[in-house]
Design a binder for this molecule. Structure first.
Ligand SMILES: [Zn+2]
Ligand SMILES: [Zn+2]
Length: 329
């Protein structure tokens, strides 16, 4: 098998050849058809998240087929198409796991961070954390659903049902959730880097009612806002844009420092919350909603060996939608 491997934080990924691993009890071997590139991968590569297991194969938006079953796997069949998300394992016994909050598990493993992920031709996954996907359809189009979609969906649910929804940072997650929101009859206000006309046009094409720079005020006060961009300065901006009782949801795993802001921005029961990881229930829910909402992902495919290029394009904001790595190209 081939994999793009992170050998030390801050270094580019290197293409390595390895033995195809055999699945242990409860695990499956997956032959990968596509793996999305997520901003979290940049945080892992840059050493902004603590203690990645090195050497590491990043990637947690995996679409592939089950190529071998470990002992005791009963929920998947050989050849079945599955998706593997960020949540790679939970302990099942900690207080969070026992209260339907496995996203906060005390002893979790995360795909492409603390266990090997999908920047590869093959990977091993815990069968309980794989999700059946439709047998047909383009794997490249499905890949971004596995994180941008799933964790985006958790953020979206956390934002509540208000009609006027702001989204800060119009990348992979936003372009998916914008389609869901419009399908549900909500009005989306898309905030991009100031001057990024291309991203603003992209948002309007996907049904956003308004698109502008993150330094602008929306034409209507918002019921809620989701911040997908890893920029702490957006927190006071979003709090200023939501109405009384409004909620601001930080949807990313890492963010630059939040500048000091006046209590008046939080006053009147505005709320500021973060979203961490996902539960398997989030995944099942979103994978059922996405086809009903007619979610169509915008993707830019790259051959696996060009993963560093895909990451650089994401970092520089050169993508509309999501980068996806394709082995065997
Ligand atoms: Zn992700
Ligand atoms: Zn747990």
């Amino acid at each position: 098998m081939h994999a793009m491997v992170l050998e030390r934080a801050g270094a580019p990924l290197v293409l390595r050849e390895r033995e195809v691993p055999a699945p242990g009890p409860g695990e499956v071997l997956i032959e990968i058809a596509a793996c999305g590139v997520c901003r979290t991968d940049l945080h892992v590569l840059d050493g902004e998240l603590p203690d990645p297991v090195l050497p590491l194969v990043p990637g947690h938006e995996i679409v592939g087929r089950v190529a071998a079953l470990g002992a005791g796997v009963a929920n998947l069949t050989l050849g079945e198409r599955v998706g593997v998300p960020w949540l790679g394992f939970t302990c099942g016994v900690c207080p969070y796991c026992r209260s339907e909050r496995e996203n906060l598990c005390d002893r979790p493993l995360f795909t492409g961070y603390t266990r090997n992920g999908g920047y590869a031709t093959h990977t091993i996954a815990d069968a309980r954390f794989c999700f059946p996907l439709p047998a047909d359809g383009d794997p490249v189009a499905l890949a971004p659903l596995l994180c941008a979609g799933l964790i985006g969906w958790r953020s979206y649910r956390k934002a509540g049902p208000g009609a006027e929804l702001g989204i800060y940072g119009f990348g992979a997650a936003a372009h998916i959730l914008c389609q869901v929101a419009v399908w549900q009859g909500r009005r989306v206000y898309a905030f991009t880097r100031p001057g990024d006309e291309a991203a603003q046009d992209f948002a309007r094409r996907l049904g956003a009612a308004w698109a502008g720079g993150s330094d602008a005020s929306p034409p209507e006060p918002l019921d809620a806002a989701i911040i997908f961009a890893p920029v702490g300065a957006l927190v006071p901006a979003a709090l200023a844009a939501v109405k009384k009782g409004g909620r601001v949801v930080c949807g990313g795993i890492h963010m630059s420092d939040i500048p000091r802001f006046s209590y008046s921005l939080l006053w009147e029961e505005r709320e500021l919350v973060s979203v961490a990881n996902l539960t398997r229930a989030d995944a099942r829910e979103f994978l059922a909603v996405a086809p009903k909402a007619g979610v169509a992902t915008a993707t830019v495919p790259y051959p696996l060996a060009r993963a560093n290029e895909a990451l650089a394009d994401l970092r520089e904001g050169r993508l509309q939608g999501a980068a996806v790595l394709v082995p065997g190209e």
